[in-house]
Design a protein around this ligand. Structure first.
Ligand code: HEC
Ligand code: HEC
Length: 216
């Protein structure tokens, strides 16, 4: 390729980059302006009520308390409503949502969804290798589906499929056990109950260890 052609190509690539960037900025601008008041409410309630357990930035220090930073807004709203209606049971979250105004749920969810979830240092190698296998391939013999199909690469999630990459291993294992035992039943279409019921304890531990370091 001659030098002038190379530059023309580079300009075309740069042009595409700028156009895409402009589209993103334009798409984000009105939403940002609208949600300023909501952000203030979300942040105020988060600091006063939620930070004690979920951490100042939504990355809780205690492994039994989930990190809620960076989870999808729609998923967060759904969980808060499910705790309130009793569809999802938790002795800890029940009194919290009992005191929460329904109109504060959306701003809280918007606030946390814009924070970054911070993954842990990846765990022990042999466990995480099995975890990676489960995450990407599932277990054909026992019918465990690959997690990646719903939870996306890097466990980033999408809409009502939650981000699980970087989550505390202890929390993930507990939720898988809760789905398997039927303690947690707020999953639409029984997706997660079916998945978890087919998993061995070893597979749960391995995928939880793998997920904790995912997204770094
Ligand atoms: C006293 C500690 C505590 C406080 C305060 C608290 N939480 Fe929680 N939260 C928990 C625990 C523990 C769980 C896990 C419940 C379970 O076992 O299913 C949880 C779960 C959640 C979940 C589900 C996360 C997921 O990944 O599915 C959301 C969302 C949530 N809390 C939001 C909030 C918000 C918003 C506030 C403030 C209004 C708040 N929490 C206050 C302890 C707390
Ligand atoms: C068919 C789609 C699907 C597949 C496959 C799937 N999940 Fe899920 N998962 C979901 C949905 C939907 C939810 C949210 C349920 C709800 O609304 O509370 C969820 C929730 C979860 C949660 C709870 C997250 C939280 O923050 O509380 C964990 C942990 C989880 N999945 C792990 C896994 C693992 C590990 C695998 C692979 C072995 C897997 N999932 C495969 C759809 C799926």
């Amino acid at each position: 390729m001659r030098s002038s052609e190379l530059h023309a190509q580079a300009r075309r690539v740069a042009g595409i980059g700028l156009a895409a960037l402009a589209a993103t900025v334009l798409a984000a601008a009105p939403a940002a302006a609208q949600s300023t008041a909501g952000n203030r409410t979300g942040q105020a309630v988060a600091t006063a009520v939620c930070a004690a357990c979920h951490g100042e930035d939504g990355n809780s220090a205690v492994p039994m308390f989930p990190k809620i930073a960076g989870l999808q807004e729609s998923y967060l709203v759904k969980q808060l409503r499910d705790f309130k209606s009793g569809r999802r049971k938790s002795d800890v979250m029940a009194p919290v949502v009992a005191d929460l105004k329904p109109e504060d749920m959306q701003p809280l969810a918007a606030y946390y969804s814009h924070l970054s979830l911070k993954p842990e240092v990846p765990g022990e190698r042999r466990t995480t290798d099995l975890g990676k296998l489960i995450y990407f391939d599932g277990n054909e013999e026992t019918g465990v589906p690959a997690c990646v199909g719903c939870h996306q690469p890097a466990g980033a999630g999408h809409l009502l499929y939650p981000r699980i990459g970087g989550q505390h291993a202890v929390y993930v294992k507990q939720q898988l056990k809760n789905f398997a035992s039927g303690e947690r039943t707020n999953d639409a279409n029984r997706f997660m109950r079916v998945v978890a019921q087919r998993m061995s304890d070893e597979e749960m531990d391995a995928v939880a260890a793998y997920l904790a370091g995912l997204g770094r």
